[in-house]
Ligand binder design. Structure first.
Ligand SMILES: [Zn+2]
Length: 230
């Protein structure tokens, strides 16, 4: 992957609430600090990978509860239950300040890397909650991609196999989420053909980060090493 242009993004990197909108987040610390506020550990992973692989990283630390940079404009979940009721002028303001700059920066990098290298591999870094609706998730790491796109299927499968071997962790493909529904990666797939754009989402179980046990410590390095050889 390294030989082509590599781009990292982190759509759910933090749980910051901009001053202008703090009034809507009073007494919501618990929600903001949960997986609903941000992807715990994802920014750490993305920053580590960016410095080890020496590739650009586009990230935001504004909470997804304000606006979700990993959703298209038409999606109901673009705004959360906290911001959904805001008036149109406020929503427009949020989009202009916190959504479009992020999406445009990522798009700019994709275009630049395709121009320079002919194609780009985009790795979107996320994390997921270990338990959802009382059910425990069965994997430590998820590699998400669109199996209909050969330029994603091959490196996605390869990355899963290598990571599984290198870490001894449970690494699944297109679990706990499927790789093709709406998101930043899916938006780029609509813009660029398979041979120009490869989009893969890396999903880590937040338990690895919360425990700060053996699994997380060397994980960024192990992921970087596997990416280099895919
Ligand atoms: Zn996420």
């Amino acid at each position: 992957m390294e030989k082509t242009g590599l781009l990292l993004t982190c759509e759910h990197g933090g749980n910051d609430v901009p001053e202008d909108y703090s009034q809507y987040f009073q007494d919501m610390d618990e929600l903001l600090n949960s997986h609903r506020g941000y992807d715990i550990g994802a920014l750490h992973m993305a920053q580590s990978l960016s410095s080890m692989l020496r590739c650009p990283l586009v990230s935001t630390t504004v909470t997804r509860l304000l606006v979700d940079c990993n959703r298209s404009l038409h999606r109901k979940t673009l705004f959360s239950r906290v911001t959904r009721h805001l008036d149109e002028a406020q929503k427009k303001d949020i989009l202009e300040k916190y959504y479009f700059p992020y999406r445009n920066e990522a798009t700019g990098w994709v275009q630049a890397l395709i121009r320079e290298h002919g194609r780009v591999v985009h790795l979107s870094v996320h994390s997921f909650t270990p338990v959802i609706n009382g059910r425990k998730r069965k994997t430590d790491v998820g590699i998400l991609y669109d199996p209909k796109r050969p330029w994603e299927y091959k490196p996605g499968k390869e990355l899963q196999e290598k990571l599984k071997k290198a870490t001894g962790l449970r690494v699944w493909r297109n679990y706990p989420f499927r790789g093709w529904p709406d998101g930043l990666v899916a938006a780029f797939r609509k813009m660029y053909p398979d041979n120009r754009y490869t989009g893969i989402e890396l999903e880590m179980n937040q338990q690895l980060y919360i425990d700060n046990n053996r699994s997380w410590g060397p994980l960024p390095e192990e992921v970087a090493a596997c990416i280099k050889t895919c």
